[in-house]
Ligand binder design. Structure first.
Ligand SMILES: Cc1ncc(COP(=O)(O)O)c(C=O)c1O
Length: 408
């Protein structure tokens, strides 16, 4: 069994500096201290468990690297994506702050889940724009902690994704245009209506709530380190990006924790929404004008988040841009289980990092540029399972449940 070839473009980040200390500007966005708080909090929620880090030895052999491991976020809190860690954590922070302003201090998540302070919490409405998964997390958090919620969806978000959000009781607002249009519409309506915007992206570097969302994601990086033998962190992490929040969270945590010994961070994006590719190529934020519609539905962002760029500017080592076809082929390849590796359920965006690795190892120049040799220990982020079950079944030909059953 051999690996497929995907057309791909690679850009190296000339601003990436391995020996640069993790400094105050970065720490203002994400820090180990704030990570500890996030881990204590999220780790206490019912159903929390580290997601599996699945070894893929056949893929590693064919790729010519020492190890490939797949961080499978399909199992995150029953929400089927890593996003469960971010939006819901920020909702809780918003509510705690609201209660503190109203004279109620030291509130726990358990208090809110038990319905305490309901009279103060219920009038709060949180709002977010989403391609699907962030809105699902915010809606889940709002339901769990007892406040109102309105989620903004652009016209290309599928009906299946809308249903998954609405089932947590959120009000849905459909707006014309693309992801970035929905971000702007949501922010404007939130200002007008006195809602609290729980965005996963922001145009200003100091935005507190997107930083809180990203801080939730840093648990993934620590779980990866905890699952590997001490002193043997990955040499490479392939991670998909929309606005860059996930990539920044992983890069920041590895950077602050491991310094120069941190893994090489390879960001993977759809060609049709390659804002980080363009930003890295230019050395400053560059937006994608017009349509960012892509099969990798949750990566359809045209503007890098400013707080994420604070980290990625120096810690994203490389960016790969891939066509939509690569995601479809990789979804099927992972579902089948490559060469006897365990089958994996990866959604349209969830498979993108694995697709990026495959593209890189099949291209001699790219493989060499990225240092993907026989000593490389690679982690690919599987950021979601079948978050859109209809699309999953259409592409793979079988349901996610069938694949998961084969894996068990
Ligand atoms: C499944 C999945 N993967 C990756 C991403 C990218 O995350 P970010 O927008 O923080 O770069 C998203 C964002 O929604 C997502 O839902």
């Amino acid at each position: 069994m051999s690996l497929p070839d995907f057309p791909a473009r690679l850009v190296h980040n000339r601003l990436a500096t391995r020996n640069r200390p993790y400094g105050p500007a970065e720490r203002h966005v994400l820090s180990l201290a704030a990570f500890e708080a996030a881990r204590d909090e999220i780790g206490s929620w019912p159903g929390y468990a580290p997601t599996p880090l699945v070894a893929l030895p056949a893929l590693a052999r064919e790729a010519g690297v020492a190890e490939v491991r797949y961080k499978d976020e399909a199992h995150r809190f029953g929400l089927k994506s890593f996003k469960a860690l971010g939006g819901a954590y920020a909702v809780l922070a918003v509510l705690k702050e609201h209660l503190a302003r109203n004279g109620v201090a030291d509130v726990t998540a358990a208090d809110l889940m038990a319905g305490r302070h309901r009279d103060l919490v219920r009038p709060v409405t949180v709002a977010a724009a989403t391609d699907g998964n962030h809105g699902r997390s915010v809606a889940w958090g709002a339901q769990m902690f007892g406040c109102g919620c309105t989620i903004y969806l652009h016209e290309h978000v599928s009906a299946a994704r809308e249903r998954e959000i609405a089932r947590f009781g959120a009000r849905i607002a459909r707006v014309p245009g693309h992801y970035d249009d929905s971000v702007r519409a949501c922010a404007a309506d939130a200002r007008r209506n006195g809602w609290v915007l729980v965005a996963d992206t922001a145009p200003e570097t100091g935005a507190a709530i997107p930083a809180m969302v990203m801080q939730g994601y840093t648990l993934i990086a620590q779980e990866i380190l905890d699952a590997l033998p001490a002193g043997a962190p990955p040499t490479h992490v392939f991670v998909q990006a929309g606005v860059g929040g996930l990539a920044a969270a992983l890069a920041a945590h590895f950077w602050e924790r491991l310094g120069e010994g941190r893994p090489r961070i390879v960001v993977v994006e759809p060609t049709r929404a390659d804002c980080i590719f363009r930003t890295v190529a230019a050395g400053r934020p560059v937006a994608v004008e017009g349509s960012t519609d892509t099969f990798m539905a949750c990566l359809a962002a045209g503007e890098v988040s400013a707080p994420a760029w604070v980290i990625l500017e120096h810690a994203a080592d490389d960016v790969i841009a891939l066509d939509d076809e690569a995601a479809m082929v990789t979804m099927r390849l992972l579902a089948q289980g490559f060469g006897g590796d365990p089958p994996l359920v990866a959604g349209e965006s969830g498979c993108a990092a694995a697709a990026g690795l495959i593209a890189a190892v099949r291209d001699g120049a790219m493989r060499e540029a990225l240092g993907l040799d026989a000593s490389a220990r690679v982690v690919v982020i599987g950021s979601e399972g079948a978050t859109d079950s209809e699309t999953y079944e259409r592409i793979v030909g079988r349901s996610a449940e069938t694949i998961a059953g084969e894996a068990a």
